[in-house]
Design a protein around this ligand. Structure first.
Ligand SMILES: [Zn+2]
Length: 125
């Protein structure tokens, strides 16, 4: 997992943006200069900024292969949870989380149209 990939993921999640040679925190505007396009040093500083100022948010972010995901809590009725767990046990999905991601993805696609390309949402309309 490289800083470059983490940066791409955080950009996609809207947690940081890169403008005029700076990485900028979307929460508070804190910025770190990219010296000679050196992402590692800047991202290490941005990461300690997140830990310092937005610790709760950072602890809810999971990144793998450049895909960063944020934890949210949802209340679901008991019967939905039971059915979700049955789908996982029967091997339709590797986890409840994955099943929920697929369901939310399908919901977004059915409302918005379009699809995913390189993990970016491409809107059909
Ligand atoms: Zn910040």
């Amino acid at each position: 997992m490289t800083w470059q990939k983490i940066l791409e993921g955080l950009k996609r999640e809207g947690l940081v943006k890169v403008e005029n040679g700076y990485i900028i925190c979307s929460r508070c505007g804190f910025s770190v200069r990219l010296v000679n396009g050196e992402v590692g040093v800047a991202m290490a500083r941005m990461y300690s900024h997140f830990l310092d100022k937005h610790r709760d948010d950072v602890l809810k972010i999971k990144c793998s292969n450049g895909n960063c995901m944020r934890l949210i809590s949802v209340h679901l009725p008991e019967w939905m949870i039971r059915e979700l767990e049955r789908l996982v046990m029967e091997g339709y999905f590797p986890s409840r989380s994955e099943a929920i991601r697929v369901a939310v993805h399908q919901l977004i696609m059915s409302v918005r149209g379009g699809g995913l390309r390189n993990n970016m949402l491409v809107m059909g309309r």
